[in-house]
Design a protein around this ligand. Sequence first.
Ligand code: EPU
Length: 421
Amino acid sequence: MDRLHITGGVSLEGEIRIAGAKNSALPVLAASLLTQEPLKVCNLPHLFDITTMLELLGCMGVQRIVDEKMNVQVDSSTIENLNAPYELVRTMRASILVLGPLLTRYGRAEVALPGGCAIGSRPVNQHIAALRTMGASIEVENGYIRAHADGKLKGKHIFMDLVTVTGTENVMMAATLAEGQTIIENAAREPEVIDLATCLNKMGADITGHGSDTIVVNGVDELHGCDFAVMPDRIETGTYLIAAAATRGRVKVKDTQPHTLDSVLSKLEQAGAVLRVGADWIELDMRGRRPRAVSLRTAPYPAFPTDMQAQFTALNAVAAGIGSITETVFENRFMHVHEMNRMGANIRVEGNTVMVEGVERLNGAPVMATDLRASASLIIAGLVSENETTVDRIYHIDRGYECIEEKLQSLGARISRIPVR
Ligand code: EPU
């Protein structure tokens, strides 16, 4: 298990390019199961989670061809089995995204039930309930979701009890080949849901309303292949901007979509950042100043994203003043706090809120990453620390940030990977 070694104290300066969005690429790859024809997916980020999804498709017999530009052509005409085994699902919960496509296209699927994880219990009851409403018989036994449908799934009016991103995506994919019209109420409005709907429509689906909380899908007989480039990663974008703000630096992120980051950019401005925004770039300049503490509350899009909460906690840890951060999406997403306190931060957990009283500087320490975004926040904490920090268990970061140490090095950070055998 590799570690990252960081010598803090450098203000980040420079430009980087943002990769394709992990949370868009994963459902788009799963959508390849909806057609006999090859789907070519471009702008895929080089991440462990993407490799895991490709491995999952591969173990079903789906062919994957990677070209010299790292675009992947996925061809499910060779599919041999309809199972997502536990070994892969436990390493990546997003494997659940194959359930809707397999069920609607083949009338059968067997997917290991994802367990809880470091950020919460994360049940998939909404996915299952909606697919049952559409006529599927689903049993959960021996740790597996076993689903089948007699004939086509039926389009229905579905009310999601809560806003779920992958739940909305699973049901939307299932509805593309269902009989009649499906209306998904209380749908997730995340940009990644819009990206998936755009890809499905390019494949011949009939989806409207994506981006609102009511998505309407008229079932079609079949989908076909296409070329699709996934959107830029808004969470990667935000993470580098927060790192720049925390280190009092100046960074330009390119090949991104600024409109997907409104809530985050507004918090960065409150923290004292000077922002310039173009069609596909954002420049943040702290002009060497210490950030001001900000308060925020996570909630589904377009509100502030839970995936950026830990990084803002790191920013507040060295900001002037006291900021409160309330997490409303996951029940256990404060694991980074205890590690930051070991680095000299002054953070108190009160239920689902953390109160962060900024200190002038953190002190480097050996710390341990517990999940993907917590890892990113500990790296930011390391960058603003005096002396040395090592971040252990960085396989979490490789799941979701492409070449993070190279990108940070190009911004001047003193960071390196230490292979540990
Ligand atoms: N929930 C249920 N039942 C369900 C589904 C969800 O109770 O059937 C609950 C969850 O436990 C959670 C809340 O609803 O408390 C929202 O969960 P959601 O289903 O929206 O999360 P997800 O689809 O599993 C995606 C992202 C996450 C991101 C969340 C929230 C992907 C592959 N993952 O997860 O990304 O945090 O939406 O925006 O799209 C990450 O990239 O680090 C990450 C965790």
